[in-house]
Write a protein that binds this ligand. Sequence first.
Ligand SMILES: [Zn+2]
Length: 384
Amino acid sequence: MLLRTTILSLLFFCSGLLGAADGYPENELKIRISIYRDLSRLAVTTYGKVYVTELKTGNRFLLLENANYEIRGSDSKYLYIGKQKLLSPIKLNTPDGNNFLKINSRKYKGEIRLINCEDSTLNAIEEIPFEKYLYGVLVSEMGPGWPLEALKAQAVASRTYAARFINPLKDYDMTDDVSHQVYSGLEKVSSDIIEAVNSTKGEVLVYNKKLVNAFFHACCGGHTTSPGSAWGDVITKPLRGVSDPYCKTSRHYKWDMFLKNSDLLSFIQKMGSTALKIKSLKPYSKDKSGRIVRLSFSTDRGSFKAEMKELRKHFGTYDFKSTFISRIEKKSNGYLFSGRGWGHGVGMCQEGAKGLAKKRQNYKKILNFYYPGSKTADITGVLK
Ligand SMILES: [Zn+2]
């Protein structure tokens, strides 16, 4: 991940406490995203002006333009940019305009806070205006070129989803990966994505005046499910499973995956079974949408039940795309799973949103289809 180039020049010019303004207005709602965690070093490249500020002293420096730096953690309260020792935490920021910086492989604008964790690792947190953050989410979670109304539905769903995590009492609000929603900086932002976010500015989904848990997924395979079925969560409204005929043309709608007996045996042994041989397997329980909740394995040591979500996690959620299994076929040395959809199946089906948009449904209709009974509201009236 690190740049191959050696560190250029020995830093900065001290610019005192004054300097160019940060990239974004102070009064805009912002969100803090953890973009790198627990790394011993980071590679930073400047494209134009980048300032460095020690947050505890207020000392501010200007990095050389178009230069490469290596930032390292330490086992004390300091971190290093090249050979320069700085008191942690520090802030990197770009003045507005064409200035930006690259950290490892991704480009960022605005404000990045770097914290030395005293176990010689670094955490990087980007503070970015909430609406601009959504540009980056849409790039990763849907992508340029999707129908505009689907992008707008995604913008409202992602805004709603993220708003629930804003918490000034924590070090950061969200991570940038699939454990929340994917965000990879503002590269590749396109005009349709900007339009989708700007034209729905501040709009969130509410149910009984509270923010909806606006989950979404790639493709439901014909029926969405509830969080109760997927994870055992008690929050269900307005998330209940809906029949979805709009994602049928998706390439994720149907899939097959073959699993060898030996791999399935390793899985149940990991889950606690003492079996040495699997004789057969079948669904043990299903949710209302038809997704398998538990699988039953008949083995040489009796029957063993395993959670389907654990099976999916074990074999990888990219290959084993969902728990929505329509058929399990026994083969000579394993089992062929025929499945539908990709993802947990809760909330908005992105492929279905695309299908609805192609049928000229607007984003509010799309959102109401997947989050029945919800309404749009302005975020300022919902966030306290
Ligand atoms: Zn669907």
